[in-house]
Design a protein around this ligand. Structure first.
Ligand code: FUB
Length: 339
């Protein structure tokens, strides 16, 4: 009898063990299907602009952090990434480097947050880069053009007559009119916006201040949903946000404002900066952003994304940062290593 009980007990243990093994495998499969944050781990990337092109893929145009960093001075050489399932990301390699910029500063570096839009059969790539040694006084917004989304970009020049600001963003409205925005690098300077001419390289009718934002810092990004224009941007680390910027948003009925401030959509990520974009892909909205989960260093950043949800009235629910990889180890967002 005792032997039988022992046999039954052993069988029970084996079943529990096997079952636990199965659960772990399933959980692992599920979690790897979800694409853990950060999504790009073989290099450091920041300032992600996500776009969906006609081939049905989602493309990511981030900037590159150089290891070891020297502030953000050494950033150079933009890469492009794409996916069709939000899990597997293809690195299409480098598409532009500071050495390709004829009018750029001779010391190179400073290839900061870019954007890319599609118009009339061409991809227009906008990037901030200084033209002089006195880098913060000489920012220009360069324009590179290609017929393909991942290669062949040639610098055509820069947009003339702009203030020396960073972080270009272009929004193409439903009627095909393109709008240009930029802002950051000059403390207290507002976001500027204006209409882009058909050649996508000139401003028509001048730039104007985007009125109604609260505590704008840098990184403006405009998108539209159900007739509402949204402008997201990082603030100047209000509300005791010592470890990074809050990601905020404002809305408008017009692409150039006036804007109505609506609040914070994402808490600081732990990195020294915040910068993001919003995109709808296969029926789900996402916020792309960066954190420092892999390096633990505020300017060695890594691109992440999380789902973004709207309320019935069009306001945005706070985005929950999901877990991330830190030095190869998966950790939940609440435990992001802070400096
Ligand atoms: O990555 C360099 C700069 O840091 C970007 O242009 C800003 O938006 C901030 O993320």
């Amino acid at each position: 009898m005792k032997t039988k009980q022992l046999q039954q007990y052993l069988l029970f243990c084996v079943l529990i063990f096997v079952n636990a093994g199965f659960s772990a495998t399933t959980a692992q499969t599920n979690s790897s299907k979800r694409a853990e944050n950060p999504i790009i781990t073989h290099m450091f990337t920041a300032d992600p602009t996500a776009r969906v092109w006609k081939d049905g893929r989602l493309y990511l145009y981030p900037s590159t952090d150089v290891n070891p960093p020297r502030g953000c001075d050494l950033m150079d050489g933009y890469h492009v990434f794409s996916t069709d399932d939000m899990v597997t990301w293809t690195d299409h390699g480098e598409i532009l480097h500071s050495r390709d910029v004829e009018w750029g500063r001779k010391e190179g570096g400073f290839m900061w947050a870019p954007d890319c839009v599609y118009k009339n059969g061409k991809y227009y790539y906008y990037f901030p880069h200084p033209s002089g040694t006195d880098w913060n006084a000489t920012w220009k917004i360069g324009v590179a053009v290609s017929r393909k989304p991942t290669s062949g970009f040639k610098v055509k020049g820069y947009i003339k007559g702009l203030d020396p600001l960073i972080d270009p963003n272009v929004f193409v409205d439903d009627d095909s009119q393109a709008y240009f925005y930029h802002g950051g690098a000059q403390k207290g300077h507002p976001v500027k916006g204006g209409k882009l001419a058909k050649n996508m390289m000139e401003i028509e009718g001048g730039m104007q201040d985007m009125v109604g934002l609260e505590d704008f810092h840098e990184g403006p990004f405009v998108f539209k949903r159900k007739g509402i224009y949204y402008l997201i941007y990082p603030d100047n680390k209000r509300n005791g946000a010592v470890f990074g910027n809050n990601m905020c948003y404002a809305i408008s009925t017009q692409p150039l404002g006036p804007w109505e401030y609506k609040g914070v959509i994402m808490d600081p990520t732990g990195a020294e900066t915040s910068h993001g974009s919003v995109v709808e892909y296969k029926g789900q909205w996402y916020l792309f952003y960066h954190n420092m989960a892999i390096s633990g260093k505020g300017n060695l950043r890594s691109v992440c994304f999380d789902k973004l949800f709207f309320n019935e009235d069009g306001t945005i629910q706070k985005v929950i940062q999901t877990g991330s990889l830190s030095k190869g180890k998966f950790i939940p967002a609440v435990q992001h290593p802070l400096p």
